[in-house]
Design a protein around this ligand. Structure first.
Ligand code: ACO
Length: 324
């Protein structure tokens, strides 16, 4: 049998770091009141990074991909599949994956985007794993990259304090031993309205509102339940238990959701990888960013069992269990 295994991780944050105090000062100029205390207490976020004007998801993806390739000891020319998870693509089309492919100086391999908002990375990893298992690919680049700052409404304090920009990437290769153990993906489109960017382009104009709208409490309530059920489903499929998880790497949206999930899985909080404090919510980029931070920080080691979990607009959710 053929399996897939992560052989390298990489990430990239745009250099401009904005603390809660910086953001509160900016918002105060618009007559909007927020504070470091409010943001930290409700979300755990202390800072986020924002990309400079003209820097797009493909630029962040390129830097993250370079680092992942280097870690895997591979050249871009070795890659035979590119999947980018993003909800903030450079263009309506072509895909950010095609733009990234060109920036990497390669051509010919399939390249496409996956759009599942904050679940995008677990969706993309699952698709890449399936393509590797069936022999359609053998060395995939799987990237999550976002410039959420472009779709934030800086007149809405309930959302603009939550998100940031960044990218994370992995090289996923065919292997005789597993790697990716199990995955569990879901969507429920009846919840479109609780988290969306409702605008689109039509007739040369933007039709509808192109900024992020979120009913935070509705998202919060849904998130904890579905994250637990997806995690349990992957464990069951893989014949493993809670006790086998070395590291929980959930989508980094809100520390309270993350800690709630860890508790439901009976995991001590020191097994929870946390970057939300420094990155904010970077949507599809948050899981590979957190993964890379924990790998480079020496916490995650080869052989560790990782539970990756995403939840986001759609509503979409899912989990991937893997041996690193
Ligand atoms: N600064 C100061 N006050 C604020 C701010 C702010 N930035 N934002 C809201 N408030 C005020 C509200 O106006 C409200 O005031 P009121 O009581 O006078 O009306 C008060 O704070 C409480 O607001 P709530 O919305 O009840 O705050 P809550 O405790 O629910 O926290 C939050 C809001 C952080 C958004 C929370 O609901 C949450 O984290 N939800 C999940 C969101 C999430 O994780 N989304 C992403 C997952 S999917 C994805 O990543 C795309």
């Amino acid at each position: 049998t053929r399996f897939s295994r992560i052989t390298g991780t990489g990430s990239y944050l745009p250099p401009r770091r904005v603390t809660n105090a910086d953001l509160a000062a900016d918002l105060a100029q618009r007559g909007i009141e927020t504070s470091d205390d409010w943001i930290v207490e409700r979300t755990g976020i202390r800072a986020r990074h924002f990309a400079a004007d003209g820097v797009n998801s493909s630029d962040l993806a390129f830097e993250a991909a370079r680092h992942a390739l280097e870690a895997a000891g591979r050249n871009a020319s070795d890659i035979d599949l590119i999947i980018v998870a993003t909800s903030t693509p450079d263009m309506v089309f072509p895909s950010t994956a095609c733009i990234l492919q060109n920036k990497l100086g390669i051509a010919g391999c399939p390249a496409f985007d996956v759009q599942a908002v904050c679940s995008g990375f677990v969706y993309a990893l699952t698709v890449a794993d399936a393509m590797i298992r069936t022999g359609s690919a053998s060395k995939a680049l799987v990237v999550g990259s976002e410039v959420f700052s472009r779709i934030l409404d800086f007149n809405d304090r309930t959302t603009c304090v939550l998100f940031g920009d960044g990218a994370g990437a992995v090289v996923l290769e065919a292997s005789d031993t597993p790697g990716l153990l199990a995955s569990d993906l879901h969507a429920d489109g009846k919840h479109v309205g609780i988290l969306c960017v409702p605008g689109t382009v039509s007739g040369g104009n933007v039709l509808g509102d192109p900024l992020l709208k979120m009913d935070g409490q509705a998202v919060f309530k849904l998130a904890i339940g579905v994250l637990e059920s997806a995690a349990r489903a992957t464990l069951e499929k893989a014949g493993r238990t809670d006790a086998d998880i070395d590291w929980l790497i959930p989508h980094q949206a809100n520390i309270r959701i993350m800690q709630g999930t860890a508790k439901k899985l009976k995991l001590p909080l020191d097994k929870l990888v946390v970057t939300v404090d420094q990155h904010g919510n970077t949507s599809a980029a948050s899981i590979p960013l957190a993964l890379d931070a924990a790998v480079r920080g020496g916490r995650i080691r080869q052989g560790d069992t990782l539970m990756l979990e995403g939840v986001g607009g759609g509503f979409t959710w899912g989990a991937v269990l893997l041996d690193f």
